[in-house]
Design a protein around this ligand. Structure first.
Ligand code: PLP
Length: 413
């Protein structure tokens, strides 16, 4: 993949070679961390060291970290685990936002089928949840609020401190899906009253298939009067009984190493990425005045740009594929999978975009190994690619162009 430019870090990140080294050493430690002999204790030591590293990333204590097999599983555990609490007689109510990742959205849909009432809070044109809207939506039977720390499509950061404070005042639990923000923007759980936080190693240059849920100690122990977290996977009682299964020691060691690297560099790396991002945006605006930024201008992930090109919204998938041919990996606002062009992004629809604009966006997400030289190369490639697309003047024309996307995709395969 020499010379390719990878600008899709919100989808996943390349494994840092220092993480790979830590993992390959851990692969040789084959003991089961629950065994009492030396081999087992050696594996347990590695596991607990990694637990401390992941805890330190968000200023938690090691006992508050529950390892899972993904960010998706951490999200499922947080939501399902609260509503498994049979000490509460009625199914109850939860609040989330209309722009959550499917790991939350689909779990909410499942909970609704079991009788839980779910309120989906709208967002403003920048994709931000209004704290006053949350205060108004709270009910006496609200047991959980879940709002993501940063959105994967548009990169917008939510006012988590304020939202969690409001939730706490009403006696409910607050969960945040921090899969996109962990290791990029500090969430300090010793200061912010969040009860649960989901994270995923592969978004911070760690391995795929490893996640974690921070569970505040009083929630795990059930000493808080309203709700306690219950397991959704049953077995040998690992991870404080909240996630049975023999732990993936090498993967967790990789997560720990990745968390430590991210924590050490977070402030400097955020500044570097914001500079790269702003350089890219300024360059694009100069070359292509029809460029517009989607999401909040500065309350956003440091390396995240979600872009539209006025008048060319029908061409996003073609643009993505033509950039891929030119050696650049980016993604579109509407996920395009397995030969089929998907529905417009529900995130962009919730922000007030119409279906055509919602399908016409590009997501450019920068990461640790990207350089200014790559951004400059991209600034040469992208305007050429955009200008080579046919301009579509009217909405009727845009509609036709959208219908043409599927044919175009097939031609590319
Ligand atoms: N939540 C958010 C906001 C995400 O962006 C993702 C992955 O893209 C997930 C959850 C799921 O994480 P994982 O891929 O580890 O299951």
């Amino acid at each position: 993949m020499a010379d390719r430019i990878y600008f899709d870090h919100s989808a996943t990140t390349p494994l840092d070679h220092r993480v790979a080294v830590a993992m390959s050493l851990a692969e040789e430690v084959y003991g089961n961390p629950s065994s009492l002999h030396s081999e087992g204790r050696h594996a347990r030591d590695l596991l607990e060291r990694a637990r401390g590293q992941v805890a330190a990333l968000i200023h938690a204590t090691p006992a508050e970290i529950v390892f899972t097999a993904s960010g998706t599983e951490a999200d499922n555990l947080a939501l399902l685990g609260v509503f498994r609490d049979r000490n509460v007689s009625a199914p109850g109510h939860m609040i989330t936002s209309a722009i959550e990742h499917p790991a939350i959205m689909e779990t909410c849909r499942f909970l609704e089928r079991t009788g839980v009432s779910v309120t989906y809070l709208g967002v403003d044109a920048n994709g931000i949840v209004d704290p006053e809207g949350l205060a108004k939506a709270m009910r006496p039977d609200t047991r959980l609020v879940s709002v993501m720390a940063a959105n994967n499509v548009v990169g917008t950061l939510q006012p988590i401190a304020e939202l969690s404070r409001i939730t706490k005042e009403h006696g409910a639990l607050f969960h945040t899906d921090a899969v996109q923000s962990a290791g990029k923007v500090l969430l300090d759980v010793s200061r912010v009253p969040v009860d649960m936080v989901s994270m995923s190693a592969h978004k911070l240059h760690g391995p795929k298939g490893v996640g974690a849920l921070f569970v505040r100690e009083d929630v795990r122990k059930g000493v808080r009067d309203k709700v306690q977290l219950h397991p959704v996977i049953f077995g040998g009682g690992q991870e404080h009984g909240l996630r049975s299964a023999t732990e993936n020691v090498a993967g967790i060691v990789g997560f720990g190493a990745a968390a430590q690297l991210a924590a050490t560099d977070m402030a400097d790396e955020a500044v570097r990425l914001v500079q790269l991002r702003e350089h890219l945006l300024a360059g694009l605006r100069e070359e292509l005045p029809q460029t517009y930024l989607i999401g909040h201008p500065f309350k956003r992930l440091p390396g995240h740009l979600c872009l539209g090109f006025a008048g060319q919204e029908g061409e996003a998938i073609r643009l993505l594929l033509s950039l891929d041919d030119a050696g650049v990996a980016i993604s579109s606002g509407s996920a395009c999978s397995a030969h089929k062009v998907s529905e417009p992004s529900y995130v962009l629809l919730a922000m007030g975009f119409d279906a055509i604009r919602a399908r016409g966006t590009l997501r450019v997400t920068l990461g640790r190994f990207n350089t200014k030289a790559e951004v400059d190369r991209f600034l040469e490639i992208l305007p050429q690619a955009v200008n080579s697309l046919r301009p579509v003047a009217s909405y009727a024309g845009l509609k036709a162009a959208n219908q043409g996307d599927l044919r175009c995709l097939k031609q590319h395969k």
